[in-house]
Design a protein around this ligand. Structure first.
Ligand SMILES: Nc1ncnc2c1ncn2[C@@H]1O[C@H](COP(=O)(O)OP(=O)(O)OP(=O)(O)O)[C@@H](O)[C@H]1O
Length: 731
């Protein structure tokens, strides 16, 4: 075994040296060609491609590839070692086998999809299905040109037919810094299927916590840019994420994959841009406070909860009907008379409006009709008997034109939205009462907020829809692809709106219903979203394997899922074992928690002190509410360096020691997590409380400690080998 390893290592070292030499020689040759700065088009194109190659090779020199796959196609007479890296590079002689194959290339898909066994494997190439035998799947770790590790994940010539998880487990065991990383060297089969799925589909992915949803979505973007390079561009792709700090957290992955310029936004930021609205900055925080900071049980969520109703397609119907009503009565009453003696009959204006410009949306239609009226005025002016009369008429005509334009309905989304909720005076022929389909409580609350000038996040989809119905989307350039992360917090209405702004229903929609802590506005079942698309335009995938946490943490979190969240979607762990989950009561004593240090803050301090010897790079203290997080932070800041409070307003994730309310931890991960207040005073027995607890527990990669004062909810079960009670014994 050791001998095999030695020889594999030597073989790879010598291949690395020759690859580096080849890269250097090519690079030297390319650098010796003078840079072309002239105006000849063909020369410019050649120079661009040389420059791209110089850049690729310079990058490749540090870490040329990460994997090797030995494959022999059925119609080939020898097995070929294929080296797979983040960037593909051809040899100087293009007919030769590439020096490095891009991980997104068709043949490289075998590196991910091959799951062992002696049967032939196949991949889809442009020329058709290629079948053959895989002999070797090998991971190599190269850093700064040094070969650090060689691990065979599959070897046909050895005994075991299965693909080994050893390298994956090694990778997962590493400590993390403050950024999400690429996973090109260890993408798993079920993830690869999603990454390489066809472009024009609304993919809906339900994935348990830590199943790689965010990571997979980012790799998928890189794949789409490679596979459909003539049809899509990075500038026309967008990622929607829950907040700006999360966008910062994921911001390194795409550049690592050689992809730049993809827009990243939160839905409110994007919507505010389309609507040209300035949203009050505190809005999201206010909504969070309403739902997460209140004492006692969460209010019941029904279809009449404002966020749920305003996110429903029922409201879309109400808006459509209201705009129709407005449109039907938009041409002002009476003929248009620019000055005495000239008459443009309303019947003519109606003909323009209802027939000639009928295909245009209302706001555009009004623009066209008014432009036509303007042209009519100019023709009439020419009939003036004298220059003086013309001047007089011109002045009067302009005034009346302006007045006439003012009599049209105000085609402005916020005004119409306020009218629908009867927060302002409604147009003359609208009924005084609001549409009866709007639940009374929603009507009252929304009208009250709108009268005060408050626009909430939940008001954005309806506002956008009104904007769309008024103006159409002809003038905006549509996206080539949209990624929606944490999609369980999105409403069907949001998705329906985004579908108007993307070509070919090209979506990657990822989320986890078990983490649906924003159920007051998000979906409760994926069908709510899937039913927006025709069956041939949508596909559903489930990711059940979880990569983030140790087996102990996953098993423990599964207990919360099954007995608290009541979800059948349990996570399947990778075989990576770590320390047991620790449950500690404040009142308990231990060698690291002296008798007098029995309160909450002392317990957290003791826990942090105990963990500090373990060299974790990111540690989180998760409180139940923001207020409690703030209190903890104030005290801890005096004792610990590199400590940060995450309060929802941050735009950057700093790593180190973070103190935050549990609901803001969604999407993030930490080497170690201390979840304070894991007791019945802070987490009730409802599924929603269990979801919050599940989110908190699944943030931990290697270590999870729960501190509690008194009884814990029944779904926190201290059974089995994966948990241990009390403080650790001093080592
Ligand atoms: N195939 C893989 N190889 C190595 N690491 C992986 C793989 N898949 C996922 N991971 C790691 O697992 C962790 C979780 O990934 P990610 O945050 O993308 O998951 P998620 O499903 O979005 O999680 P959550 O819903 O809990 O926020 C990350 O550290 C990621 O690097």
């Amino acid at each position: 075994m050791e001998e095999d390893f030695q020889s594999a290592y030597q073989e790879e070292e010598s291949r690395l040296n020759s690859a580096l030499q080849e890269i250097d020689t090519t690079l030297e040759r390319l650098r010796s060609i003078p840079v072309y700065t002239g105006h000849e088009y063909t020369e410019q194109v050649l120079e661009d491609s040389r420059e791209q190659r110089r850049k690729d090779l310079a990058k490749l020199r540090q870490e040329p590839y990460f994997g090797r796959l030995d494959f022999q196609g059925n119609d080939e007479n020898e097995r070929k070692p294929l080296y797979i890296g983040k960037i593909g590079v051809d040899r100087e002689q293009v007919s030769d086998r590439p020096l490095v194959i891009d991980w997104r290339a068709p043949v490289a898909s075998l590196f991910y999809s091959f799951t062992g066994g002696t049967e032939p494997a196949s991949y889809e190439a442009p020329e058709g299905l290629i079948e053959g035998l895989v002999y070797l799947k090998r991971n190599v770790v190269i850093r700064k040109q040094i070969l650090e590790r060689v691990a065979d994940t599959y070897n046909r010539d050895s005994d075991g037919p299965a693909v080994s998880d050893e390298f994956l487990v090694y990778r997962l065991g590493e400590n993390k810094d403050n950024r999400l990383r690429d996973i090109v060297s260890t993408i798993q089969e079920e993830q690869d299927k999603i990454i390489r799925a066809a472009k024009n589909t609304a993919l809906i992915i339900q994935g348990v916590a830590g199943s790689g949803k965010t990571t997979v979505a980012l790799h998928r973007l890189a794949f789409l840019l490679y596979q459909y390079k003539d049809q899509v561009s990075a500038e026309k792709m967008i990622i929607f994420a829950p907040n700006r700090m999360f966008l910062d957290y994921i911001s390194d992955v795409l550049p690592e994959l050689g992809v730049g310029n993809i827009a990243q936004s939160t839905f409110p930021d994007w919507a505010a841009g389309v609507l040209d609205l300035t949203l009050p900055e505190q809005d999201a925080t206010e909504t969070m406070n309403r739902w997460f900071e209140a004492e006692g049980a969460m209010p019941e969520i029904t279809e009449e909860t404002p966020g749920r109703f305003k996110g429903s397609t029922a409201l879309m119907g109400i808006i459509e009907a209201s705009i129709k009503l407005l449109e039907g009565s938009s041409v002002p009453e009476g003929d248009f008379i620019p000055w005495e003696g000239a008459v443009l009959h309303r019947s003519m204006i109606l003909r323009w409006h209802n027939e000639e410009y009928a295909p245009y949306p209302p706001a555009k239609r009004k623009e066209r009709v008014m432009a036509r009226i303007h042209r009519w005025i100019e023709m009439e002016l020419k009939k003036s008997p004298s220059a003086a009369a013309m001047k007089e008429r011109k002045k009067k005509g302009a005034q009346r034109e302006k007045a006439y334009s003012g009599k049209w309905p105000k085609y402005e989304p916020l005004t119409i939205y306020k009218q629908i909720f009867r927060a302002v005076k409604v147009p003359g022929d609208w009924p005084a009462e609001a549409p009866e389909e709007i639940p009374a409580e929603v009507l009252k609350e929304t009208a009250k907020a709108l009268k005060k000038g408050i626009v909430r996040e939940e008001d954005l989809p309806p506002l956008l829809y009104i904007h769309y119905l008024l103006n159409g989307n002809e003038s905006v350039s549509r996206f080539d692809h949209i990624v929606i992360d944490e999609a369980q917090d999105f409403s069907p209405f949001q998705i329906a709106i985004l579908d108007l702004y993307v070509r070919g229903h090209s979506f990657t929609i990822l989320g986890d219903l078990s983490q649906g802590i924003h159920a007051y506005k998000g979906v409760h079942a994926w069908d709510e979203m899937q039913s927006l698309f025709a069956p041939e335009h949508t596909a559903y995938h489930a990711l059940t394997r979880s990569y983030r946490s140790t087996m102990e943490i996953i098993e423990f979190a599964n207990g919360i899922l099954s007995s608290g969240v009541h979800s059948p979607l349990l996570a399947v762990p990778v075989f990576r074992s770590g320390n047991p989950v620790r449950l500690i009561g404040y009142g308990e004593q231990g060698p690291e928690c002296p008798a007098d240090e029995t309160d909450r803050i002392s317990a957290v301090r003791s826990a942090l002190a105990a963990l500090s010897g373990r060299e974790y790079r990111t540690v989180a203290v998760l409180a139940r509410t923001l207020r409690e997080a703030q209190e903890l932070y104030t005290v801890l800041a005096a004792h610990f360096e590199d400590i940060h409070l995450i309060d929802g307003s941050m735009t950057q994730y700093m790593g180190g020691l973070s103190v935050l309310p549990v609901y803001l931890s969604k999407g993030l991960e930490f080497d170690a997590v201390i979840l304070t207040d894991a007791d019945l005073d802070h987490y009730g027995t409802a599924a929603w409380d269990a979801k919050l607890m599940y989110v908190g527990c699944t943030r931990a990669l290697h270590e999870l400690w729960l501190l509690h004062n008194g009884r814990m909810p029944a779904y926190v079960q201290a059974t089995g080998e994966e948990t241990v009670l009390g403080w650790p014994v001093l080592e």
